[in-house]
Structures are given as C-alpha cells and as structure tokens.
Design a protein around this ligand. Structure first.
Ligand code: ARG
Length: 390
C-alpha cells in the first residue's frame, strides 16, 4: 500500500527493506509481494542475531520493563530496523526514507527520531500518518489494489520480535474484557499447560544469560529456547494499560515468555551480588534507560552514558538462577553465585560469627537519631497550649 502510494502519488522509485527481528514473517513472500508491486529493488536482512546480542542483551542488563510490565519487545527492534534502512539507503543513493507508521502510536516517534538522527539529510515520509486512514479503511484500500491482507491482520494488529509478541486492536480495545484465547500464539493457556511444574536453570555471565539447564547457547538460540519452555507452561502473558509517548493510554496485550523468565532471573541474581547501594541506585538508572528505549531516544547520548554505567555494574552478575514454571506462574526458587554477598552463616541466628550483634544497639541509636529528634519535638509542641489568634 505504502509502495503504491510512493509510486503513484510521489512518482518515486521504491526500494523495499524487510528486516527480520524474529517476527515470524515469510521473508521470501514479502520480497515477492514487493517485486510484484514493481519495486526497483528489495532487500531482505536477517538481523536476529544482532538484535539478540546488541539490543535485547542490553535490555536484560537494564532489567527493562516499561511501566513495570512491558519488556519492550517492539520498541527495541525499531532503532535496529531504522539503522538497516539507513545503511541501504546510503548504499543505494536514496534521497528519502519511508515508513508505514500511523499517527497515533509510538513507532512513528522511534522511526522519525532514529532515521532523522542517522540520516539528517534525507526526507522522512510517513504516508499512513498523512492519510489519516482508519484501520478498516486501510484494509478496504488494500483490497481495491489487490494487496493481500492476512486473516489475523484483519482481526488484530500484531507486531512481533524474538523478545515477544504484541497484540492490539479489535476485541482487545475493550479494556474491561479478557483477551480472547485466539489472541495468543506463543503461550499455552495456563489451564491447558502441563500439570507438573517445569524447573529451568539459567546461567548468567557478567549480566547476560549464557546457558539454559547447563547447556551453553548463543544469545538468539538461548532466547528462542526459553520462549519455548516458558510458552508451553503458559508463562509470559501480559495485559496492561500503557502510556504511549504521544499521551494516549492504550490497552496492551503481550506474550513475552523468554523475556518474563530471563528478566526475573536477572533481577534476582543482581540482588545477590550487588551491594544495597548499587541495587537502589541502579533502579533509577534502569528506569531512565527503559524510558529512553521506549520513548524513541535509543540514539540519545544519555543512553550511551547509562550503558557505560550499566555495563560496569554487571561485572559481578555471574551465577545461576533456578526457576519454577507452573500453569502460568513463575517463581525463582534458588540462586547461587561465586560473587554472592549473601552469607548463610552471617544471617544465621544460631551460629557465632563475625557479625557482632552487640554493635546493633549503637548503630540503631545513630541511624534513628534525626527521626527520634523530629518526633520528640513534634510531641512536645502538640502538648504546648496553642497561641490564641489575635
Ligand atoms: N505498545 C507497544 C510499543 O509501543 C507495542 C506496539 C505494537 N504494535 C502493534 N501494531 N501491535 O512498543
């Protein structure tokens, strides 16, 4: 549709790019569809490994959950797609960049800012945003032009990457109603999941997962494996009200099986190896990182600055986390690390250790000094007779 518009209305020679970030799209069919529409050239890029290593892994280190819920499965892929578009546009000598985003979502923000930063000399065109067509009108228009639209695309608006699947529109717009079962494809419904729990162990090295159940894997294969394990146990379904960058609130449904498990495990391991000061401070850094990644500011220098801190903070995040998956629920049930700051003997009430509890009384005396002073003053002033108003 976009192609037809660019050719007919702008008289443009069109080059198309499909970037595979794990959306499960038939890449060959996409290329053939483009060629049928008379594009000058079509490029098909498998970016799944790069996506896993350079986009998802940093998000794991940053415990990235937008508004505490959404693992950024769509958001993270946008700056990578934009980067690939620019690489090809430069190589082919293009003078403009087009994307198919509407004027209501987050993706237009991510594409416009990333494309505009990486290729400031090129014109950015967003025909769908300019048209202002509704989804139904878009589907009807595609029909008149003989452009095929899949059944599921008619029912929901779907976007997927290896890090998860987002489902929007259709019946899901009624935020008071549970998502229909057919919205989900990667996760078994918890009711139908196996009746025995599955235990999975994830090994981390310097903040990133490197093995599942003792088997070493490259980033992409590891994520795919955890997607399968969690998916068959009904783990990873997310339903929340999300604040879009453009101010709208939207009801979002996701299934992010691997992300849900890996992020939970990573956060747990961090708490075992980091000091309390690191844990609390990093929560603020993580929140800022997540916001930038969600809000289209992946290429802002602040993100690099935060990455420098986060990478340094991960040096000790090495160890194993054991999780139990059962009918949609997920629980960490054990963890261990050579860098653990947890010492079972120190915390034990029955053993004499280097933790000298006779110091506790004095510590509390100083720790609560100002709090006690404040409350003592408050009590004294509440007992004083009130001054009469003149
Ligand atoms: N709200 C999410 C985001 O902005 C997901 C959007 C997914 N898009 C879709 N067409 N379903 O990152």
């Amino acid at each position: 549709m976009l192609i037809k518009y660019l050719q007919e209305k702008l008289n443009a020679q069109v080059i198309t790019v499909t970037v595979d970030v794990g959306q499960g799209e038939d890449l060959k069919a996409a290329g053939e569809k483009a060629k049928k529409l008379g594009v000058l050239k079509h490029f098909s890029i498998d970016a799944k490994d790069e996506f896993a290593k350079d986009y998802i892994f940093p998000a794991i280190k940053a415990n990235a959950l937008y508004e505490g819920k959404y693992p950024l499965s769509t958001s993270l892929s946008r700056p990578l797609i934009a980067k690939k578009m620019v690489e090809i546009a430069e190589k082919e000598g293009a003078n403009g960049l087009a994307h198919g985003c509407t004027g209501r979502g987050n993706d237009q923000v991510r594409f416009d800012i990333t494309l505009g930063s990486l290729a400031p000399e090129m014109k950015i065109i967003a025909p769908v945003r300019e048209w202002g067509l509704t989804r139904d009108e878009e589907i009807a228009y595609a029909k008149t032009k003989g452009i095929p639209v899949s059944d599921s695309a008619k029912k929901y608006s779907i976007d997927a990457s290896v890090w998860g699947r987002a489902i929007e529109c259709g019946l899901l717009e009624d935020a008071s109603q549970a998502p229909p079962e057919d919205a989900y494809e990667w996760t078994t419904s918890p009711e139908k999941a196996p009746n025995t729990p599955e235990i999975v162990t994830i090994t981390f090295e310097a903040g990133v997962p490197v093995a599942v159940n003792g088997k070493a894997m490259v980033p992409l294969a590891l994520i795919e494996e955890v997607n399968k394990i969690a998916g068959r146990n009904g783990v990873g379904r997310i339903d929340h009200i999300e604040d879009r960058i453009v101010g709208l609130k939207s009801r979002e449904v996701y299934e992010c099986p691997a992300a849900t498990v890996i992020l939970e495990a990573h956060k747990d391991l961090e708490k075992m190896v980091m000091t309390r000061h690191e844990v609390l401070f990093k929560q603020q850094i993580d929140a800022q990182w997540v916001f930038l990644a969600y809000a289209g500011l992946w290429v802002d220098p602040l993100k690099d600055d935060l990455d420098a801190f986060i990478n340094k903070s991960q040096e000790n995040v090495t160890g194993e986390v054991k999780l139990k998956l059962y009918k949609g629920s997920l629980q960490v049930i054990g963890r261990s690390s050579p860098n653990s700051l947890y010492d079972k003997n120190l915390a034990n009430y029955n053993i004499k250790t280097s933790f000298n509890q006779s110091y506790s009384k004095g510590f509390i005396e100083l720790w609560g000094l100002q709090t006690r002073m404040y409350n003592t003053l408050k009590k004294a002033s509440s007992k004083k007779p009130k001054a009469k108003k003149a």
